[in-house]
Design a protein around this ligand. Structure first.
Ligand code: HSE
Length: 425
């Protein structure tokens, strides 16, 4: 399959890098050889995050959408004027199109999807909502047995970063926004982030997929976060809430509601604990109940992950004809349980005598175990102390050998408890 990319900036560069590093795995999944043959760029001299070796570069994007050798076009330039024209030409030329452009789909999606249908091509846009989170595929595939009752999401990373910093570090709004811009999270026009327009684009798309309604961007009521003050943050916290900028879509009595606004959420809810630039979407289905999807809402490789997933879908549907993907399972080596490395928590009940800790640490040293933290609580009347130890990463066989040796020490009063620790980083 020959791919032409429109735009080789953050997302385009990420696509080239991920396709290169995951080439073998993607080929296993599709059974097809994918190559990026052409890319349209604005500035030849601009530095890039990816190599352009083997890619024919052009400054005229129409050369790509009109090129007969190209099967699939990735539209990654953004905006709603030139991007729209290019997507239309590509579709009319029979090419499949994949885009990360939320404004384009939210505003012109109805006509573009009709055009794609009329031309028997695919138009896919997973990356347009919540970056790397496969939320559209979850709605379309994994949750397809459900009537969707509600979608509620933190779908703008910049806004969430601002609110999190204001709440946790009492930082000033303008100061945090400036940092978000410097870090490259914000839209070219940051009012799209803070006034909820970006989230409204994404919510329009989510509603269409969730409820099967037309894309109706002008039906979203939108309120930004710029009026949220320190006082609101303090009161919300004292009352047991977090303030989040939510996009909410519901279907009630046959009517769709779509709204983006600052929202107080009880701190006990998972969404209330999604902080920084991370995104999360809660979907409530009438069979499955509530489900939650969390991940990076922006960034080069996270967004590329969603673009390439669409690419793989198009290839599976057009070439491989294997939508389930269970076509190439192979025998693979498995790691011996004893060799698995982990952090461990150990709890011992030991007589509180001089030298006990020294003996225990000597056993650790002999078994290559280094210790991250130790805590002792003296609680019983026989002078026995509960000792908790957190190790660094160690081999399972080493911790088991060390624990067996410690167990034999005369000071130990009961069976040593061992529990795995996972930092989930
Ligand atoms: N400006 C967007 C955000 C980028 O902050 O979430 C991803 O769409």
């Amino acid at each position: 399959m020959n791919i032409g990319i429109l735009g080789l900036g953050t997302v385009g560069g990420g696509v080239v890098n991920v396709l290169t590093k995951n080439q073998a795995e993607i080929m296993r999944r599709t059974g097809a050889q994918i190559q990026i043959t052409h890319a349209a760029i604005r500035d030849i001299k601009q530095s890039r995050i990816c190599s352009t070796d083997g890619i024919q570069l052009t400054q005229d994007p129409f050369e790509i959408v009109n090129n007969d050798s190209i099967d699939i076009v990735l539209e990654l330039i953004g905006g709603t004027t030139l991007a729209k024209e290019l997507v239309e030409v590509a579709i009319k030329n029979g090419k499949h199109v994949i885009t990360a452009n939320k404004a384009l789909i939210a505003i012109h999606g109805n006509e573009l999807l009709t055009l794609a249908k009329d031309n028997n091509t695919h138009l896919l846009f997973e990356a347009s909502v919540a970056g790397g989170i496969p939320i559209l595929k979850s709605l379309e595939q994994g949750l397809s047995a459900n009537q969707i009752e509600m979608v509620a999401g933190i779908i703008n990373g910049t806004g969430n970063f601002i609110l999190s910093e204001m709440c946790d570090k009492s930082r000033d709004f303008d100061n945090v926004l400036k940092e978000a811009q410097e870090l490259g999270y914000a839209e070219a026009d940051p009012t799209f982030d803070v006034e909820g327009i970006d989230a409204a684009h994404k919510l329009t798309i989510l509603s269409a997929i969730a409820f099967g309604c037309e894309l109706q961007f002008d039906k979203v009521s939108t309120e930004g976060i710029s009026e949220i003050s320190d006082e609101d943050m303090i009161f919300a916290t004292e009352l047991g809430y977090s303030i989040k900028h939510l996009g909410i879509a519901k279907k009630l009595d046959g009517k769709i509601q779509m709204r983006v606004h600052p929202t107080l959420i009880p701190k006990t809810k998972l969404l209330a604990n999604v902080n920084g630039v991370m995104n999360a979407v809660l979907v409530k289905g009438n069979a499955v109940g509530p489900t939650l999807y969390y991940g990076a809402g922006a960034g080069d490789e996270a967004t590329a992950s969603a673009v390439i997933a669409d690419l793989i879908d198009v290839i599976k549907n057009t070439v491989s004809n294997d939508t389930l993907g269970w076509h190439s399972l192979k025998a693979m080596p498995y790691q011996n349980q004893d060799d698995i490395e982990s952090i461990f928590y150990l709890r011992l009940l030991a007589a509180d005598k001089p030298g006990v800790l020294a003996d225990i640490t000597a056993i650790f040293v002999n078994n290559n175990i280094s210790v991250e933290a130790v805590m002792q609580k003296q609680i019983d009347e026989q002078d026995n102390a509960h000792i908790a130890i957190i190790t660094n990463q160690v081999k399972t066989s080493d911790i088991n050998t060390a624990a067996a040796e410690i167990q034999k020490h005369s000071s130990i009063q009961e069976k040593i408890k061992i529990i795995h620790v996972e930092t989930l980083d």
